[in-house]
Design a protein around this ligand. Structure first.
Ligand code: G3D
Ligand code: MG
Length: 185
């Protein structure tokens, strides 16, 4: 099994869009666990397998300062993506995530709008619902798949970075859990 090293995934987006919920759903398979109750660690780790390679993903949650209404959180993703590009350059993989698809009657942004915006920014796009557990694992599979195409390996000086941008809807402190391999892609 070839180990392709550590990858940093940073979850950016306005407050209450569901960043923490997506991480929780992916790590623990449920919606209600509040991993942030455990304090003291900066990120959660999970090893993903893609074919005969493994990727260790570091999930870095962040706490947005401002809370906006649904549509505005989508508009604000432009700012988040631009900041990431300005800071990290164009090589980073950016994924635009539309969360809370379970709130069908409150939808403000069409799939097409999301898709178009992602294309415009050279980002991947995915819709999810942390609450329903919809598309959460596929999201991380998509990221892993993009990483393996990227061929960034441990041993290279620069650590590759995946930024997961969220739209739609914080608490602070962090928990540590290093979960074992998840093979799904
Ligand atoms: P954040 O980490 O981006 O700030 P959170 O967002 O994960 O803390 O989620 C903010 C609120 O949105 C939480 O509700 C959470 O339960 C809810 N939420 C997260 N994901 C989904 C989703 O997919 N669908 C729905 N319907 N709600 C979601 P509270 O009430 O605790 O503020
Ligand atoms: Mg949070």
């Amino acid at each position: 099994m070839e180990n392709l090293g550590n990858y940093k995934l940073v979850f950016l987006g306005d407050q209450a869009v569901g960043k923490t919920s997506i991480i929780t759903c992916f790590m623990y398979g449920n919606f209600d666990t509040n991993y942030q109750a455990t304090i003291g660690v900066d990120f959660l780790s999970k090893t993903m397998r893609y074919e005969d390679r493994t990727f260790r993903l570091q999930l870095w949650d962040t706490a947005g300062q401002e809370r906006f209404q649904n549509k505005q959180t989508f508009l604000n993703t432009s700012k988040w993506i631009q900041e990431v590009r300005a800071e990290r350059g164009s090589h980073v993989i950016v994924v635009l995530v539309g969360n809370k698809t379970d709130l069908i009657h409150k939808r403000q942004v069409s799939i097409e709008e999301g898709d178009n915006k992602a294309s415009e920014f050279g980002a991947l796009f995915m819709e999810t619902s942390a609450k329903a557990g919809f598309n959460i694992k596929p999201l991380f599979c998509k990221i892993t798949s993009a990483l393996q195409g990227n061929e960034a390996v441990s041993g290279t000086k620069q650590e590759d970075l995946v930024d997961v941008n969220l739209k739609a809807s914080t608490k602070s402190s962090r928990a540590e859990h290093d979960q074992v391999e998840s093979s799904c892609c």
